[in-house]
Design a protein around this ligand. Structure first.
Ligand code: SAM
Ligand code: SF4
Length: 317
């Protein structure tokens, strides 16, 4: 269905857990998040009902995210049930990849078509620093497992951080020549929880192009990404610019959080609960929330921080 500004809402992102096995500095507090009581969170049946309700309203793509979705015990059965919904074109997942060596194959069998794997650096020390507790080796093994499992598409998400990985843009882009993967550079978003990053960390997507003079524009949009390709590469380079060039005008997304809150805009505080509702009531609520989707989230930069009121591990990116 269309929102109040004529945008067709086709894409639901479901954050299935706030918990994570990593603690990326731009996303989550070092101490993690307190495990909330079971009754506050959506059950598997409620999550599947919400997904069905969304599909009945015209959503045809669902992305499972988190927190780290692969730490959730029932992730395979959840994907199986959502993947089997009639009318759903694509079930995707975003993961830090560290658990993919065990789970890539079961996920593909459960109906997941595409995997986005987060990888901000190819330097083991920098990886340990930015994730506070991760090992690069495991993430790379996860990437290999994803490629071997035969998903329709594997993408790498790298958050672009001035003074941290801007010098690695060519090395990360080079992955598109070595593997059949797309690499997406995402501008760092200023959330309340990541005030440790100073203004120099927030660099515009144009810096990627400066570092890749040989990149050729593909002349088509890849969802919210501007697409380029290195000569001879197997995959594309995508630039996602929530700050430098926001894409609210074509935003087709709705978000559902693990505690049952629907969020019509990533950077706006408004949330509407569907916890405990029947599927029919969820559908009604979802339709009214789609109509409340704001036109845009207002200026977003180092000074004007996100109004989300949550950390990214709760929202799911
Ligand atoms: N744990 C999974 C992962 O890391 O891919 C899924 C959840 S994570 C919140 C989803 C995406 O949001 C990741 O690609 C992550 O890099 C990105 N992200 C988190 N905080 C961000 C921020 N402040 N700015 C830009 N992207 C961010
Ligand atoms: Fe965890 Fe993903 Fe957030 Fe990193 S970005 S802390 S892996 S939820």
């Amino acid at each position: 269905m269309k929102d109040g500004f004529g945008r067709e809402i086709r894409y639901l992102r479901i954050s299935v857990t706030e918990l994570c096995n990593l603690r990326c500095r731009y996303c989550m507090p070092e101490e993690g998040v307190e495990k909330r009581c079971h009754e506050e969170m959506l059950t598997e049946e409620e999550t599947v009902s919400a997904a069905r309700a969304a599909v009945s309203l015209g959503v045809d793509k669902i992305r499972i995210t988190g927190g780290e979705p692969l730490v959730k015990k029932n992730i395979i059965s959840l994907c199986e049930k959502i993947g089997a919904i009639d009318g759903l074109r694509e079930l995707c997942i975003t993961t830090n990849g560290t658990l993919l060596p065990r789970l890539a194959e079961p996920l593909r069998k459960a109906g997941v078509k595409r995997v986005n794997l987060s990888l901000d650096t190819l330097d083991a020390e920098k990886y340990a620093y930015i994730t506070r507790r991760g090992t690069l080796d495991l993430a790379l093994k996860g990437l290999e497992a994803a490629l071997e499992a035969g998903f329709d598409k594997v993408k790498i998400n790298a958050v672009l951080i001035g003074g941290f990985n801007d010098d690695e843009v060519p090395a990360l882009a080079e992955l598109t020549r070595r593997y059949p993967v797309d690499v997406r550079f995402i501008e760092l978003m200023p959330m309340e929880g990541n005030r440790d990053f100073g203004p120099d960390a927030f660099i515009p997507y144009t810096r990627v192009l400066e570092a890749l003079p040989e990149a050729e524009p593909l002349g088509k949009e890849g969802g919210v990404a501007k697409l380029y390709r290195l000569p001879g590469a197997l995959g594309s380079i995508g630039l996602i610019s929530p700050l430098g060039d926001h894409f609210c005008g074509t935003c087709d997304r709705l978000r559902l959080l693990a505690d049952g809150k629907l969020k019509p805009c990533l950077h706006a505080p408004a949330e509407y609960s569907i916890k405990g509702m029947t599927e029919e009531k969820m559908r009604e609520t979802m339709a009214s929330v789609i109509l409340k989707k704001p036109r845009w989230h207002g200026v977003l930069n180092y000074e004007n921080r996100s109004g989300a009121g949550r950390t990214m591990n709760e929202i799911g990116g």
